[in-house]
Design a protein around this ligand. Structure first.
Ligand SMILES: [Zn+2]
Ligand SMILES: [Zn+2]
Length: 397
């Protein structure tokens, strides 16, 4: 078996006619450009495109298949240049009764499954063209609808404050899902502000595989979080086997941001415009103005609902390795990033493989040193909150 780099949560910016799909996503993010970026720059082998139930995107996929630019592969998924496999997917927002909104990803095996899901979705959302269409039904109905057509649903960025199942809907999964759904659920997505250590303080999550995906809304952010999966080959069926940890297929590592770098790691008070970086979690109301309308940090939320003060990892849990994407490394701008990728082949190779001396030949000693510090986890970080990323801080000089 072989190890594959897998990022299952990437948004489309617009379809090939220029009609926007996700308003906040970059216009360079077309179906075809995502495949090219993975192939030429990122070294991502399997990429999940989460707007594949949008009719404009379905049209694009159809014409890429017609022209022979891409092909449907036998195990499910869309192949590009014998190297990149695209997993079709859809991100949908649901609403619990008397509770909050949450986001969910649905993996779709073939273009036909994507079309079938798109048709079903059109019956319950107001705008199927938009990315992350909002349906006015609880998550369990969406999951039943998806499972009926053989699609694979799971919670997206499960702890984020505004739109997630633990973030603002429930404290335990059975409050939202019946046991037959919980026992066929395979995975949850951690989101940028959480990691395995945090999520494994909640015992009901021990049975599920954790995914670390980028939720990229622009090309450079593809692969800022990803999963390493051991698979027989790159296909939808193999990915699902890995999520189920079946026949030796599995996620063997999660690579993600240090959760401090995520946009919602700590609680933020909009009234005081402050993120509470140094206060002991959980911070559930503003320590300054006592307001309870705070944007609760992922760390704070998890501390609020955890079963254990320290993580207890189940035996199957793979390591979670921090990576700091090049764009977070101080002093490494877009031009340096291009030069590094040209020299080493992909961002993954720059982040994890290139030697310090080789890096220095391209970007100088100082920047090379910072890339190595980022790799070793010794770059000092300030936590993010309230929608602002955390950042690396370096001493002057
Ligand atoms: Zn989302
Ligand atoms: Zn998303």
């Amino acid at each position: 078996m072989t190890e594959f780099y897998v990022d299952l949560h990437v948004h489309i910016g617009c379809d090939s006619t220029g009609r926007p799909v996700k308003v906040s996503a970059s216009r360079e993010l077309t179906f075809e450009n995502i495949a090219k970026e993975c192939f030429y720059k990122k070294g991502v082998d399997i990429v999940g495109i989460v707007d594949a139930a949008s009719p404009g995107v379905i049209d694009d996929i159809e014409s890429l298949l017609d022209s022979g630019e891409m092909v449907e592969i036998p195990g499910g998924g869309i192949g590009y240049k014998d190297k990149v496999v695209i997993v079709l997917a859809s991100e949908v927002e649901t609403l619990e009764e008397h509770k909050g909104h949450s986001h969910h990803l649905i993996l779709l095996r073939t273009l036909d499954t994507a079309k079938a899901f798109s048709r079903k979705l059109q019956g319950c959302v107001s705008n199927v063209f938009s990315s992350t269409p909002v349906c006015q039904m609880p998550a369990r109905n969406l999951y039943s609808m998806a499972m009926d057509i053989g699609a694979i649903p799971f919670p997206a960025h499960a702890f984020s404050p505004h739109k997630s199942i633990y973030g603002n809907c429930i404290r335990r999964l059975h409050e939202a899902f019946p046991e037959n759904i919980l026992s066929s659920l395979l995975a949850i997505e951690l989101g940028l502000s959480a990691d395995t250590d945090l999520a494994d303080t909640i015992s009901e999550l021990h049975r599920y595989t954790f995914l670390s995906n980028s939720d990229a809304h622009s090309l450079p952010k593809i692969g800022r979080e990803y999963n390493v999966m051991r698979l027989e080959s790159a296909s939808f069926d193999e990915v699902i086997k890995a999520l189920a940890r079946r026949d030796g297929r599995q996620v063997v590592a999660n690579y993600g941001l240090d959760p401090k770098l995520g946009k919602y790691h700590r609680t933020y008070c909009p009234k005081c415009d402050r993120t509470f970086n140094y206060e002991t979690p959980p911070v559930v109301q503003c320590p300054e103005c006592d307001s309870t309308s705070v944007v609760k940090g992922v760390l704070d939320r998890i501390r609020e609902i955890q079963d254990y003060p320290v993580p207890r990892h189940p035996e199957h849990r793979p390591p979670y390795l921090y990576q700091i994407p090049l764009e977070f490394v101080p002093g490494v701008g877009p031009r340096s990033i291009d030069k590094l990728i040209e020299r080493f082949g992909s961002e993954m190779a720059v982040l994890h493989k290139a030697k310090e001396g080789e890096l220095a030949e391209v970007v100088g000693e100082k920047a090379a040193g910072l890339i190595i510090q980022a790799r070793n986890g010794t770059l000092p970080l300030v936590a993010g909150g309230g929608g602002h990323y955390g950042k690396a801080v370096i001493e002057n000089g």
